[in-house]
Design a protein around this ligand. Sequence first.
Ligand SMILES: Cc1cc2nc3c(=O)[nH]c(=O)nc-3n(C[C@H](O)[C@H](O)[C@H](O)COP(=O)(O)O)c2cc1C
Length: 194
Amino acid sequence: LSHRILAISGSPSAKSSGTRLIEHVLTHVPQERFDCDTLRLAELDANALIRADTAEPSISAAVRAVAAAEGLIVVTPIYKAAYSGLLKCFLDLLPQFGLAGKAVMPLATGGSVAHLLSLDYGLRPVLQSMGVRHVVQSVLVTAPQMRVDGETLRLDAQGEEMLAAGLEHFLATVEGKGYRSIFGHPMPFSRATG
Ligand SMILES: Cc1cc2nc3c(=O)[nH]c(=O)nc-3n(C[C@H](O)[C@H](O)[C@H](O)COP(=O)(O)O)c2cc1C
């Protein structure tokens, strides 16, 4: 039985590095164990989104996709030292405990590491307030770590390593498994498994 993962892109831009990052991340998710889908918030009906009209078809489909997912990869650009307003608009129209029981991996693209903690100080409490089971370690990928090669996103070795470690932690959490380490630091529990 495969676990359902929804990757949400919170960037308003058409050629978003975050959306490319999602494609890149999803190529590292084993397809036999996970069923992955992507939701680009910029493609939702903008008027309905602003008015929190959950009856509008694109919005109601998005809300259902969130409800059906066991794990969410929430991807945002860092804007003005915070996550995007587009992402907040969407989170605000979900039910109060619309993330109950889910595992979430916060992922951001930013100009530099200057605003790395905004994921933990800004986004994490919002997710937590919506009932998530576990928000795993956040990962920020910076512009100097990314290179677009045609339509493909390439990361430098450090970016790749951070992403792989974060993803491993997230996937183990979605599957309800223990894990041997978090970002290279061993877990102190004997029940931890790979
Ligand atoms: C309006 C705006 C505000 C931004 N503010 C910040 C910021 O405060 N800190 C930062 O590191 N990068 C900032 N950036 C850079 C973006 O985070 C970066 O370009 C990101 O990779 C864009 O992701 P996207 O292509 O998925 O939209 C900003 C970009 C824009 C357009």
